[in-house]
Write a protein that binds this ligand. Structure first.
Ligand SMILES: Nc1nc2c(ncn2[C@@H]2O[C@H](COP(=O)(O)OP(=O)(O)OP(=O)(O)O)[C@@H](O)[C@H]2O)c(=O)[nH]1
Length: 344
């Protein structure tokens, strides 16, 4: 049997820059197979993944670490079989982008517990993006963010263009204390050759999400970033998505986004969407990460074959109805017809 194919896990909290980095790497090398995991049922990132011939598989509807572990197994098997049959280009490495809420240890256990997969794939590394703007707050509030940092072989600082050198250094020092085994570098300096790098084998023992009741003590004793904010229990992140047909007037969209952000307040963790706009050929890509500035980018054409408008909202807290309420208000504000729309 040929040597097992390396699997690189790219993780990092919601909106920390995983897809941006993945896209850059896809532009740098053509020997990757990519698996993108989305928290909700509606996928956007797989359409945004640069189309350079790399096979891109979508795992939607939950985290690979728990809800869709079985689907990850099937996807890896399918990739292996399709390559063996010559139906896919001969990729050398599988790059798995987790959801921003994933526990990387759960991903590792998929490989470890499946004898068939264990012979054919090997975990090469866990690479974790950390947002220099929002990373500190995320680590203090979300056990997922802490778990992702703890699990990392390499920590990649993103959005360093938006903070000063002092803030960058303070975060890097704090991360080094949280995970002394992982080197901290700027994502901007991380070329795609990082995907070939082997790291010393580590015993990965889940530390944060499993004993959730211990989270408060973990965040104060381990984290130099601990804040007074009460930590949210694991996976207390609620996704909802809306899909619709029809164009929206730009000014009304702007007002609807502002109203949604206002209504959600601090609980809005992530907003992303592709929206058809009056008088524009391609869609508008909408991105918001917490309270960070909104990004609206007109795309020249619809990426992927899917030309439905889509909006995904992820809120903090235990109430799964919260993001759905935001989407219902969104629908009402933009007078999007109910018929044919899909909430997920
Ligand atoms: N200024 C700046 N913005 C960045 C950088 N990296 C990512 N972003 C922005 O941050 C937002 C989120 O980036 P993504 O790459 O989609 O983050 P993600 O981790 O894939 O997000 P999820 O998949 O939703 O968890 C987007 O609006 C990006 O344009 C960076 O290095 N600098």
């Amino acid at each position: 049997m040929t040597a097992p194919t390396p699997l690189v896990v790219l993780t990092g909290f919601l909106g920390s820059g995983k897809t941006t980095l993945l896209n850059r790497w896809l532009g740098e090398r053509g020997d990757l197979a990519v698996i993108i995991n989305e928290l909700g049922d509606i996928g956007i990132d797989q359409d945004l993944a640069r189309k350079v011939g790399a096979p891109v598989s979508l795992l939607a509807g939950g985290c690979v670490c728990c809800a869709v572990q079985g689907t990850l197994r099937t996807t890896l098997r399918n990739l292996y079989m399709a390559r063996a049959a010559g139906d896919l280009p001969p990729f050398s490495t599988v790059l798995l982008e987790t959801t921003g809420a994933a526990d990387p240890f759960g991903v590792v256990s998929v490989l470890e517990q499946d004898p068939w997969l264990r012979k054919r794939f090997t975990l090469r590394s866990i690479l974790t993006t950390v947002d220099t703007v929002a990373g500190e707050a995320a680590l203090a509030r979300y056990p997922e963010a802490l778990e992702q940092v703890t699990a990392a072989d390499q920590l990649l600082l993103t959005k360093t263009d938006r903070v000063d050198a002092g803030a960058r250094r303070a975060l890097a020092d704090a991360l080094a204390r949280l995970n002394p085994d992982a080197e901290v570098i700027d994502a901007a300096d991380a070329g795609a050759d990082l995907l070939d790098r082997d790291f010393p084998r580590r015993c990965r023992i889940t530390g944060v999400l499993a004993p959730l009741s211990g989270m408060a003590s973990v965040s104060t004793s381990m984290s130099p970033l601990a804040s007074t904010a009460a930590p949210v229990r694991g996976h207390a992140l609620q996704p909802a998505g809306l899909r619709w047909r029809g164009r929206v007037v730009y000014e009304r969209l702007q007002a609807a986004v502002a109203a949604l952000r206002d209504d959600a307040g601090d609980d809005l963790v992530r907003l992303k969407g592709l929206v058809a706009i009056e008088k524009l050929d391609g869609p508008l890509l909408i991105q918001a990460v917490g309270a960070q500035p909104l990004e609206m980018t007109p795309l020249p054409a619809w990426p992927g074959g899917d030309e439905d408008s889509r909006l995904v909202v992820i809120t903090a807290g235990d109430d799964p109805a919260a993001p759905r309420r935001l989407l219902r208000d969104w629908q009402r504000r933009l007078e999007i017809a109910t018929e044919g729309n899909e909430h997920a």
